[in-house]
Write a protein that binds this ligand. Sequence first.
Ligand code: FPP
Length: 254
Amino acid sequence: MVITTRNNLNAETTLPERLPRHVAIIMDGNGRWAKARGLPRTEGHRQGTENLRRILRAAVEFGVEILTIYAFSTENWKRPRAEVRVLMSILEMVIDRELDDLNQEGVQIRHIGEMEGIPQVLQRKIHTAKELTKQNSTLILNVAFNYGGRDEIVSAVRKIVEDGVPADQIDEALISSYMYTSPLPDPDLIIRTSGEMRLSNFLVWQGTYAEYYFTPTFWPDFNREEFLKALVEYSNRTRRFGKIDEQLSNRDVP
Ligand code: FPP
């Protein structure tokens, strides 16, 4: 069963009824997109950034509540210095150029990852973007920047120890509350573009029961229609959370 309009959808768009609340995306393939066209990798990142605007708009249109994007991993520091600089400057540029529009559109910007290590100027811009948009609720955009899933778990454990939490009070809910993503719900759907089929240290704790969607399309070409295809596929999956079909009264509730 499908509904035909939601928010300001194009009249001809058919959206599945069961949508993920929280979609996370590994925006992979910028470099290969550029190489295939004989262009420098930076041009791939530029096109990838343009595409992010389109997908953000589509997420709002489709009624996705939370979008988490993997923009820079703790492992990406190993890339050539010039490319690291470009990736840092992309986030700066996105904040400089897009912050007012994103704010007007009701996007709440959050950051997940370690602040330490990010250049001071960029840290301040991230802070400004978070502060300015913290009351917005149309879409929550979680930017994973200087983020690693294992690193997140290590830092959560450190904080738990620092807070002196007794061992018998440590359970899954408590650990979740120490994650960067807290208090947001875990992702329902994790998309990875470019044909790679691995998690690459993304949302290691939170992705346990997510549905995964892999597509060979490189990130700059992952458009609204491809996004919609992923949502349709998600709607056709049965989420069992360890149970069997007969036990499921509401397929989305663990
Ligand atoms: C992967 O492509 C992509 C990244 C390392 C992140 C870049 C993401 C963007 C430019 C989108 C917007 C970014 C921000 C900061 C808001 P890749 O370089 O790994 O591609 P490859 O696997 O083909 O080499």
